[in-house]
Design a protein around this ligand. Structure first.
Ligand code: FAD
Length: 412
């Protein structure tokens, strides 16, 4: 069988894999990326948050993305009936980027992958990982390319960025249930022919239809808009198997968007993903790390997926580089504990969204600008900033504040 030797094998060319590969290549590490599909390919995850800009910048991928003129995202709007809550990333607590993009991922991910190839990285599309065998931290991965030829890749380290492919979690039996309640989603793109002029037309919005059911509207700079509904799996199932009719019915429930999308056809039959949340028993082991969706995915409500994908891809790359240069790395502390801290913060926000507590804070009037700035920083992805009490005390602060506001309201 044909054999290749590399320092690092990256599985999957999504944002996580591209950021990791690019950073390592820029630092002289021999990389190979294998990607099962042919790009451009559809994937969901279109609303980014500002923290990702740090990662694309550090990986040397930001200029290529800037050249694409994707729709800029400066914040996010939440709607509940007549009530509005608008976050502006420039008004957040602490340092950090105050804008990012809302993107059709087929084009976005293809831009990243083509830039990675342009740098000279060996990225093979339509090449699938069949098996991985570890010998200590060294590994032999069997891959099959588009011609059906099977080869072996010998690597010192594997970064598994295979998203829902979850290559190493499957092979090493690392799958674990998520702590997030079982939710599902249905989504499609439309040609947004009734898009209003100005900011309203490009405004990213989360419209709450019921406490646990919400609709996303994500306009792209190409004139298309992504629309999706998220809710408990039992609710999504109750909508039936005809996803086109089901999503149309849900859109009709939105007072805000009913007219804009009335009679507008979907560009493809809406996709359905059931029980998308997933986790793993460990994030790394001898000779490998799991990044992005291959490790953990919580929920789309705060658009944290790509951010965790690039954060974990970048951190894995940096830690492996240090190891390659002879340093000792404590992966449990420097990788697992660090990633878990950020995931835990977002997990609290997701859970408190679905209990309704966070919605109580969002829609309480008059607004408390101090609270809003601190929550805004979390929504921008700065979930490791321990200066922010809404990060540091995430497990208590939302619950107790919502309780206080609810008591205040019932006393009135
Ligand atoms: P991916 O982008 O999925 O890339 C993984 C790649 O690995 C794929 O290209 C795949 O083809 C490849 N692969 C798989 N198996 C193999 C194999 N055996 N061999 C080789 N290659 C393989 N996130 C956000 O940030 N914002 C959002 O608005 C958002 N909305 C979402 C809505 C829904 C309904 C869901 C379910 C998720 C959403 N997400 C969102 C999450 C987002 O989709 C993911 O977190 C993100 O795409 C993860 O990036 P990644 O690089 O880890 O994986």
């Amino acid at each position: 069988m044909l054999k290749e030797n590399v320092d690092v094998l990256v599985i999957g060319a999504g944002p996580s894999g591209c950021v990791a590969a690019s950073y390592l290549h820029n630092n002289g590490v021999k990389i190979k990326v294998v990607e099962r599909s042919k790009f451009p390919r559809f994937v969901i995850g279109e609303s980014l948050i500002p923290r990702v800009m740090d990662h694309f910048d550090e990986a040397g991928l930001l200029d290529a993305l800037k050249a694409m003129d994707f729709e800029k995202k400066f914040g996010a709007r939440f709607i509940r009936g007549e009530e509005l809550c608008v976050f502006d990333f420039s008004q957040k607590f602490g340092e950090g980027w105050d804008w990012t993009w809302q993107v059709p991922r087929a084009d976005f991910d293809n831009t990243l992958a083509q830039e990675v190839i342009k740098k000279g990285i060996d990225l093979e599309f339509e090449t699938e990982v069949l098996d991985v065998v570890f010998n200590g931290s060294d590994s032999v991965t069997t891959i099959r390319d588009k011609e059906g030829v099977t080869r072996e890749v010998h690597a010192k380290f594997i970064i598994d960025s295979s998203g829902y492919g979850r290559v190493l979690p499957r092979i090493l039996k690392l799958d674990a249930p998520s702590s997030i309640p079982e939710n599902s989603s249905m989504f499609a793109h439309v040609k947004d022919v009734n898009r209003p002029e100005g900011v309203e037309g490009t405004q990213i919005t989360f419209d709450i239809l019921e406490t646990k059911v919400w609709l996303w509207v994500i306009p792209f700079s190409n004139g298309n808009t992504s629309i999706g509904v998220v809710g408990p799996t039992s609710y999504i199932k109750s909508l039936g198997d005809n996803t086109t009719e089901a999503l149309k019915e849900v859109i009709k429930q939105s007072d805000f968007y009913r007219d804009r999308f009335e009679g507008v056809d979907f560009l493809f039959e809406p996709h359905k993903i059931e029980n998308y949340s997933c986790s793993v028993t460990r994030l790394c082991g001898p000779g490998y790390s799991l990044t992005g969706n291959s490790s953990e995915f919580l929920d789309p409500v705060f658009s944290s997926g790509v951010c965790f994908a690039t954060e974990s891809g970048m951190l894995s790359a940096k830690l492996f580089l240090r190891e390659l240069n002879g340093e000792t790395v404590d992966w449990d502390t420097e990788y697992t504990a660090y990633m878990r801290r950020g995931v835990d913060v977002f997990a609290t926000y997701v859970k408190e969204w679905y209990t309704g507590n966070l919605q109580t804070l969002f829609f309480h009037r008059p607004e408390n600008p101090d609270v809003k700035q601190k929550i805004c920083s979390v929504l921008a992805g700065y979930v490791w900033d321990e200066e922010n009490p809404f990060v540091k005390k995430h497990d208590r602060v939302i619950k107790s504040m919502a309780y206080m506001l609810q008591n205040e309201q019932s006393a009135q």
